[in-house]
Ligand binder design. Structure first.
Ligand code: GDP
Ligand code: MG
Length: 489
C-alpha cells in the first residue's frame, strides 16, 4: 500500500493521540497530574490562532483565506469576539461560501468535542464574547481558525471584564500555528502579544509556531516609508525577544481592501512592484497547520511524559525513603525494647524481687515485657516519628528528585505542588509497585516514544504535499514495549 503525505499525517496524528490516551492519561489521572484526560485539548482539528492589533487586517485576511465575507471588517475595533471558524462537513460544498451554523460560547465551552472546556474559568463576560461559526469553505477542511478581537491600549483593556492576556495565552497553548499581524500604523505595539506568548509557549516551540506578518503594506507612502516601518518592527521584536536574529516577517497586503481604500490617497504605489506580496506564501504556510499539529503533539508527548516521569521519580523516591526510615526505626525499636526489658528484668533480679523465678520464667517475662515495650514504641513514638518524617519530606520535596538540567528544574516547578498534593491526600499510601511500573513506562515513552516520533516526522519533512510515501509508518505504539514488568517493592 502506498500512502500519501496527507494520509501519513492523519495516521501519525491518530497514533499519537492513541499514545496519549493509552499511556499518558491513565497515569496523569492516577497521580493527580491532570483532572481531565490529557488528550482533551489536542484531539480536535489543528488550530490556527490569528492575533494582532485591531484593524491590522486579521478578519480581512481570514475572509480571503475562506473565500467569502464571513467575518466583519472595518477601521474601528469592529468585532470584539473570539470566533472559532470551522468546517461544516455536512454542508453543500458547491453553494457559495457562507456561514452554515452559528453557536454561542456556552455551547463551545461545554461540548467535550471541543478543546475549550478549561476556558470556562475566564467567566461569563468571556463566554459572551466567544462563538463558533461553521463555514462550507474548503480551506477549513483540515484546520480551524480562531479570529480574535484586536489588542487595545491597556486602559481600555481593563474594561473588557475578562483577562484578555490570559485568554490569548490559553488559546496560544492549544494552537498549532499562531499568526501575529502588525500594520504600518502600529508597528511599535507588540509588547502585549509577546508577553502573552512568551509566558505560555515553551521556548523551544516558540519559533516554529509563530508567524509574524507585517500587513497593509500598501498603505506605506513609499518604499522608504515601508523600510522605516519594517525597521521599527524588527527593532521592537529584537528588543522584546532579546535576540539579535530577526524572525522571518511576511510582508503582505490585501489586494481587495487595498483597492477599496486606495482611491482617496494619492501616494505612489510603484514600490509594491519591487516586492512580492507574500499573501500566497502565507496561505500555504497556514495550510501546513496539520503538519505543525504533529510537531505540537510530539512536543506534547515529550513534555508530559518527562514531567510525569519526574513526578513518579519523586513518588518512588518518597516510598523508598519512607521504607528506609520505617525499617531503621523498627530495628531501633526492637533493639531498644529488648535491651530495656533485659535491663529491667536484670535489675529486678538483682534487687531480689524475682529471686525465686527459674530461667523459663525469666525468659517469658523478658519476652512479655519487650513485646509490650515494642508495642508502645510502634503505636506511640514510631507513628509520631513517621508522621513527622512524612511532613518533613513534603516540606523538602525537591530532595526527592535529581535536578540536573534547567529543563528538569523547570519541570519540577510545574509538578512539585502536584506531588505534594498527591502525598498529602493519601498520606503517602499508594501502591509503590504500580508507581515503579508507571515510572518505567514514562521513561520508555519519553526516550523511545519521542525518538520514534521524531524519526517519523523527519521522514515526513522530506516529502512534499501529494507525494507518495514508500511505506506505512511502523506502529510505535506496538514497538513501545510497555508490557508490565514485574517490579517488587
Ligand atoms: N489598504 C488596506 N486595507 C486593509 C488591508 N487589510 C485590511 N484592510 C482594511 O482595514 C480595516 C480593518 O481590517 P479588519 O480585517 O477588520 O481588521 P481586524 O480588526 O484586524 O480584524 C478594514 O476596513 C479592511 O478593509 C490591507 O492589506 N490594505
Ligand atoms: Mg476583526
Amino acid at each position: 500500500m502506498r500512502l500519501y503525505r496527507e494520509n501519513y499525517i492523519s495516521a501519525l496524528h491518530a497514533e499519537l493521540i492513541e499514545m496519549v490516551e493509552k499511556h499518558l492519561t491513565p497515569v496523569a489521572v492516577r497521580y493527580g497530574y491532570s483532572e481531565a484526560p490529557l488528550e482533551a485539548t489536542i484531539k480536535w482539528r489543528p488550530l490556527v490562532l490569528v492575533l494582532g492589533n485591531y484593524s491590522s487586517g486579521k478578519s480581512a485576511l481570514i475572509n480571503e483565506f475562506l473565500g467569502g465575507n464571513i467575518q466583519k471588517t472595518g477601521q474601528a475595533p469592529t468585532d470584539d469576539s473570539f470566533t472559532i471558524l470551522t468546517h461544516d462537513d455536512n454542508a453543500d460544498p458547491d453553494s457559495p461560501i457562507h456561514v452554515t451554523e452559528e453557536r454561542d460560547g456556552n455551547f463551545l465551552l461545554n461540548d467535550p468535542v471541543f478543546p475549550f472546556e478549561s476556558m470556562k474559568k475566564h467567566g461569563q463576560r468571556f463566554t459572551a464574547h466567544f462563538r463558533l461559526k461553521k463555514v462550507n469553505s474548503p480551506f477549513l477542511r483540515e484546520l480551524a481558525i480562531i479570529d480574535t478581537p484586536g489588542m487595545l491600549d491597556s486602559v481600555t483593556e481593563r474594561d473588557r471584564g475578562y483577562n484578555y492576556q490570559d485568554v490569548i495565552g490559553d488559546f496560544a497553548q492549544i494552537a498549532d500555528l499562531i499568526l501575529v499581524l502588525f500594520d504600518p500604523h502600529k508597528a511599535g505595539t507588540i509588547r502585549e502579544v509577546h508577553t502573552s506568548l512568551r509566558d505560555t509557549l515553551p521556548a523551544r516551540t516558540f519559533e516554529d509556531r509563530v508567524l509574524f506578518v507585517l500587513n497593509r503594506i500598501d498603505e506605506c507612502a513609499s518604499l522608504n516609508d515601508l523600510l522605516r516601518v519594517y525597521g521599527t518592527l524588527c527593532w521592537n521584536l529584537s528588543q522584546i525577544t532579546g535576540r539579535k536574529d530577526i524572525p522571518m516577517i511576511h510582508l503582505t497586503y490585501s489586494q481587495q481592501a487595498g483597492m477599496d481604500s486606495r482611491n482617496p490617497r494619492e501616494h505612489d504605489l510603484g514600490f509594491l512592484h519591487y516586492l512580492e506580496n507574500q499573501r500566497e506564501e502565507l496561505k500555504k504556510a497556514v495550510m501546513e497547520a496539520p503538519r505543525h499539529r504533529l510537531d505540537h503533539l510530539a512536543a506534547f508527548v515529550e513534555t508530559h511524559s518527562e514531567r510525569l516521569g519526574l513526578m513518579l521519580q519523586a513518588l518512588v523516591a518518597y516510598r523508598r525513603k519512607r521504607s528506609g526510615f520505617r525499617m531503621k526505626n523498627l530495628t531501633i525499636g526492637a533493639i531498644l525494647s529488648l535491651t530495656c526489658a533485659a535491663a529491667t528484668i536484670g535489675s529486678l533480679l538483682f534487687s531480689g524481687i524475682l529471686a525465686g523465678m527459674d530461667l523459663t520464667g525469666l525468659l517469658l517475662a523478658e519476652g512479655i515485657l519487650s513485646t509490650a515495650l515494642f508495642l508502645i514504641w510502634v503505636l506511640g513514638i514510631w507513628k509520631m516519628a513517621a508522621r513527622r518524617f512524612h511532613h518533613s519530606l513534603l516540606d523538602r520535596a525537591e530532595m526527592l528528585v535529581s535536578l540536573k538540567t534547567q529543563t528538569h528544574a523547570d519541570n519540577w516547578q510545574v509538578v512539585q505542588d502536584k506531588v505534594v498534593a498527591f502525598l498529602e491526600k493519601n498520606n503517602g499510601r499508594f501502591s509503590s509497585g504500580t508507581a515503579s511500573k508507571d515510572y518505567e513506562a514514562m521513561l520508555t515513552v519519553f526516550q523511545k516514544g519521542s525518538r520514534e516520533i521524531r524519526e517519523a516526522l523527519n521522514e515526513l519533512s522530506a516529502l512534499r504535499p501529494g507525494e507518495p510515501m514508500p511505506d506505512i509508518p511502523g506502529s510505535f505504539l506496538a514497538s513501545l514495549e510497555l508490557e508490565k514488568k514485574e517490579v517488587h517493592n
